[in-house]
Write a protein that binds this ligand. Structure first.
Ligand code: SF4
Length: 729
């Protein structure tokens, strides 16, 4: 039986920010979004509400079955939209009096999409979203706290009667009242701007987030909200999100201390996320950087900070990067494209490219690490223009090259029919990494699959170009970003061999590669082509078949550029070493080089091999064991060359007598690796390595090295946090 309130007379509300934890753990975040909603509700209703938060589907299902709530509401995004829709459908069927609500940027809520004739309505519009989910009562517009409080107030004022609630507009909410308006939505006013976000009490300082420190999740903390830019491919770029709001500084400082204190007690993570759209855009962000550095130095946490940096680079960003240092952060240059036509088409031409490039040069000179982000598949981008950008960034020694495949996000301007048509954008559908599962409600099982809609071609880039960049991205990610062959590629650059030529030769000369490498590349090609579907329905039908579902349960579906990097390390590292060396020698031999490049290449390969931690025998059922010390002799002082950020020629470091290196792992690094493996333990070693590597510092994957003259070399200038998706949950 449904109860109107619980035994204490309180209205029971379940708020969910779900991720599928069906096949394993990803870099899942604290559900801070619903934490803010809860702390805001408590401010006005301290006595009459019982609000509970949920991150994992089965816990929510169990709670709804055992103690049906008065309301259940979901934070909705691409990684949980199917799950949310199915749960709403089933919950409402089982308990018709439950009020259901959803919020989040995954819907186009721009007012221009609201009151049009039905036949002209954008398929991704709010109207269609509501129309397609008859069991969904309310959509919460923009910031959830405002609309959700109004929803609760309306529920209380209307004696828990949903029909009465829907008799007139409610500010911050949209809904369909079939009786009143057929298919048209009723939409209240949008939430007001809060210049001072202290209107919403801190979910950390009020203890709302405490329960999540006991789980293996990453704490995240907003210091402001909004983004002033209008990028068409991003759902933050909706005009409605473009005003900035800030949290008070003293509150953020207290929150940082609170988080560090709690993590040090529970020891479940080493990572902190600041999910602002533009960290560094506000003056006070500099003080937050100082505070994070101080806390990290004093308490050993955070060991990694992941964030999204401000776009127009100012002195402040440089100062913040210097304070935080390469061990805690890498600073990204979110270029997305270097093609002026593309930048204009996606409305990013107001972000200075010149600043970016100067910024990159400054960071490199000062040994501070940097990411350069590009997106392939944007309007007006061609294969040549994209490769031109990559070549330039390699020549400038960007620390890490992040090549994102363009995803069409439902709430973005790019997803609107006019925009798709203008640039000839065609899409295909792909399962989102580990975001699927099978659940059961009222003993009835159901499956949910989350899907991403990716650009497969447009007027300027073909489907073949997209596949070309997929493979290129794997090689860039493994050899340059993860640093497994960074020394070798730097050596190539010193002989004017751009890594792009290296990767092209790698894939074009496969007839000369060891059989295992040929097989690896073939597998990559097949897998990258087999993961696409023309429609969502086709995808769901495919993965719903028992044999295919079993396959993905066993971890067969992965982010390929990560999967194939670790597959190489686990299955054929020596063959890959050999072939990389062969490609390097072939390309350098064409350059009229007088030095003994063959010896240099062999030495570099030997060094890279000893430098990396081997996970070949990783057994995730046992405690991680690793060789903590080993020695090697080299004819070139490669360590000195690396320490000098590859300045000058390696041949200037040719030694008369071999130089001896000690490769070793300090205990705190071994402990960190154990924590990462434990936090991201999945069904097999490949899956575990891949997930843990998404957010850890790359330097933790390598030995420290010392020689007679150089003590404690760590990848100071090469130390990155890899975050595979800026929207990762
Ligand atoms: S891509 Fe970045 S800068 Fe552009 S709208 Fe989104 S968050 Fe803002």
């Amino acid at each position: 039986m449904e109860s109107k309130t619980d035994s204490n007379g309180k209205v029971k509300i379940y708020l969910a920010d779900l991720v599928h934890n069906y096949v394993g753990r990803g870099p899942f975040m604290f559900p801070i979004n619903i934490g803010y909603v809860k702390s805001y509700l408590q401010k006005f209703h301290s006595d009459n509400l019982d609000v509970r938060l949920f991150k994992y589907p089965n816990k929510l299902i169990e709670a709804v079955e055992n103690e049906p709530p008065n309301m259940v509401a979901f934070s909705n995004y691409t990684w949980n939209e199917d799950l949310d829709a199915k749960l709403i459908y089933h919950f409402k069927n089982r308990f018709p009096n439950i009020v259901t609500a959803i919020g989040g940027p995954n819907v186009n809520i721009h007012p221009r999409n609201v009151h049009e004739e039905l036949e002209n309505i954008d398929p991704r519009s709010l109207t269609n979203f509501l129309r397609n989910q008859p069991n969904l009562d309310f959509y919460v517009l923009l910031k959830g706290e405002f609309g959700f409080l109004n929803l609760v107030n309306s529920y209380l004022q209307n004696d828990h009667d949903i029909k009465k609630m829907k008799s007139s507009p409610i500010d911050g909410l949209a809904f369909i009242n079939n009786k009143l308006s057929l298919d048209k939505i009723i939409r209240g006013k949008d939430p007001p701007l809060w210049r001072n976000l202290d209107e919403v009490p801190s979910p950390y300082l009020t203890g709302v987030m405490d329960e999540f420190f006991l789980q293996k999740l990453i704490p995240n903390l907003e210091t402001d909200r909004g983004c002033p830019y209008p990028c068409t491919f991003c759902d933050w770029g909706q005009a409605l999100y473009q005003k900035m709001e800030v949290f008070p500084k003293d509150r953020v400082m207290n929150e940082l201390e609170y988080i560090v204190d709690m993590v040090n007690k529970t020891k479940n993570t080493k990572i902190l996320c600041i999910p602002n759209a533009n960290f560094g855009i506000m003056e006070q962000d500099l003080d937050y950087a100082r505070k994070i550095r101080e806390l990290s130095d004093k308490h050993g946490y955070p060991r990694k900070v992941t964030t999204f940096w401000a776009k127009n680079k100012s002195k402040r960003i440089i100062e913040m990067a210097e304070i935080l240092g390469g061990d805690l952060v890498s600073v990204d240059a979110s270029l997305q494209s270097m093609n002026p036509k593309t930048l204009e088409a996606v409305k990013r031409d107001n972000i200075s490219q010149k600043d970016y490039l100067e910024f990159l040069t400054y960071l490199n000179k000062n040994g501070i690490d940097s990411d350069a982000e590009l997106i392939y598949g944007l309007p007006e981008e061609t294969r040549e223009s994209y490769l031109g950008a990559l070549r330039k960034l390699f020549d400038m020694r960007a620390g890490m090259m992040l090549n994102y495949h363009c995803r069409v996000l439902n709430g973005s301007e790019m997803s609107e029919p006019d925009n798709l048509e203008k640039y000839g954008t065609k899409t295909k559908f792909r399962l989102i990494d580990i975001q699927f599962g099978e659940y059961s409600l009222d003993s009835k099982p159901f499956k949910a699959f989350e899907v991403e809609e990716m650009v497969k071609s447009n007027n300027t880039m073909s489907e073949e170009d997209i596949f070309y960049f997929r493979k290129l991205h794997w090689l860039v990610n493994f050899t340059w970003n993860y640093k497994y062959y960074r020394g070798l590629l730097e050596y190539g650059l010193s002989h004017h061999v751009n890594p792009i030529d290296f990767y092209n030769t790698f894939t074009e000369n496969l007839s000369k590669a060891p059989k295992r490498i040929v097989k690896l590349v073939k597998e990559f090609d097949e897998e990258s082509k087999s993961e696409w579907f023309l429609t969502r329905e086709e995808l769901v039908e495919h993965y719903s078949k028992p044999e295919n579902f079993k396959d993905i349960q066993n971890g067969s579906f992965d982010k390929l550029h990560f999967k194939y990097g670790f597959k190489t390390l686990l299955e054929c590292p020596d063959e890959f070493d050999f072939y990389m060396g062969q490609v390097a020698k072939d390309l350098i031999s064409r350059k009229d080089v007088k030095v003994d490049y063959k010896k240099a290449v062999d030495e570099l390969i030997k060094f890279e091999n000893m430098f990396r931690i081997s996970f070949k025998n990783l057994d995730i059922s046992k405690e991680f064991e690793v060789e903590t010390e080993k020695f090697g002799e080299f004819g070139y002082d490669i360590l000195r060359w690396k320490q000098n950020a590859y300045e000058g020629s390696l041949h200037g470091h040719d030694m008369k007598q071999n130089v001896k290196y000690r490769f070793y792992l300090p205990q705190n690094q071994v402990d960190s690796l154990k924590t990462y493996i434990n936090q991201f333990k999945n069904i097999n070693p490949l899956f575990t390595l891949r997930k843990m590597s998404e957010y850890m510092g790359v330097s933790d994957l390598f030995y420290r090295v010392e020689s007679k003259d150089i003590k404690d070399y760590k990848m100071q200038v090469e130390n990155h946090v890899l975050h595979t998706s800026k929207l990762a949950q």
